[in-house]
Design a protein around this ligand. Sequence first.
Ligand code: ADP
Ligand code: MG
Length: 477
Amino acid sequence: MTAPTSEDVESYLVRTRWFGGKGRPFRVTGVRTIAELDPADFRTSGDAVSRLRAVRIHLVDVVYDDEEGGAETYHVPLSSYADPVARLEHALVGADGSGLGEVYDAVHDRDAMALWLGAFASATGSAPREVPGARFHRVADTQLDPDATSSPLTGEQSNSSVRFGEQSIMKLFRKVSPGRNPEIEILRALTEAGGDDVPGLIGWADTTVDGSVLQLAMLQTYLRGATDGFVLALSSVRTMLVDESAGSAGFDHEAAELARALARIHRLLREVFPSERRGPEAAVALAERMRERLDRAILAVPELDAHAPRLRGLFARVGELPGLTVQRIHGDMHLGQALRTPQGWRIVDFEGEPAKPLAERVRPDSAWRDVAGVMRSFDYALAVVRMSPADGREPLVRGVDECGEWPVVAREAFVAAYARELGFADGAPPEDEILLLDAYVADKAVYEAVYEQRNRPSWVGIPLAAIARLGHTGETA
Ligand code: ADP
Ligand code: MG
């Protein structure tokens, strides 16, 4: 099997959205061809016109030469053609290595994606479809139209998503490592348990590398007519700016609905995966981790130092809690992972925090960590509008400073509905739980400060302002 040169792949990586090492000195140390889909093995609607010779699945090994160092592996499927293909010019990677053709990023190639869909369609609930080097699995009793046309999703993404008609959407994992991907595991379990608050899992693709399973992609039900929760929140804040009659309660109904969906998911996760009540030593360990993260963050963002005593005080109180209930959680929850559909809210992207190793991402944690993620999103929504208030809509009837109550109302509606769904009397969680939530909110804001400092320095004021408010007003930032 042939592969493009490391140089061609290096220059392609920096042009993609999903490559995590942009801006850092890196080298491609290997391009491994691990699997191949042969068009002759699949009957697709593109047969008559396509000159596609093969789709090869490669693993690209990258090492970093900066102080941080480290190594990563990326999943890069490529289509190969004997002659240049004009419609794929934007996805050109280079020569195919045999000197006889050119290769393109397969995600952008309809004919290549038709082979992937064909592979999923020909798998059954009891037997995966095998191709040389990879397996395509199918969840029993799922429908799939093999002729649906693919279109890649645009937008900021750490993976690549491809929609097939209006029926399914495939997420192709880009940064991969051996082991089970939490997203496939969780979606599969929730789908089998009949959970309606997530899109159903249809299938997944994997391979075996050095004796370990490596998961390459996941296929799930496409949610029609879905709106991103963060986009909806921004629009709710902006409505206040242009509509005199709009009040800060504009999002409370949506926030409450979303909270109930998240609470149902948490409850189901407790039923299908292990969950346990841990003793005081777990609270001590959690407080310690939060303190350590803060100490490390101060090195990257010195402005945090001024708030450190207050944050340490909060974490110390977490360390005195009698215990901690832990379970499988979403792990990277925020409004951008929630989609509002005509049938209600759905939550996606159960991969956990992409920067963490797989083993850490599947570790049970407190459900309040997910709630804290949503709390921080409400704060971000207002802050993002503050940076660009008008957004083309005019005239403004009030300033952003008059919208300060918006995140407060949304947070209160969310926490009350979440608590009520889980059976806490009067929608008020016990004090110990509120303390945990506050600590997770602080911990998340500390993480954001580092993230923003590195990626969007002009945004670092958003988490810093939230941290400055924490503990002063008694509110959750
Ligand atoms: P990533 O891991 O790259 O963040 P996500 O799983 O969050 O990928 O998906 C990225 C985007 O794709 C989402 O924000 C959403 O807009 C869209 N999306 C994800 N799953 C679905 C789905 N089942 N139906 C419709 N759109 C979806
Ligand atoms: Mg996402």
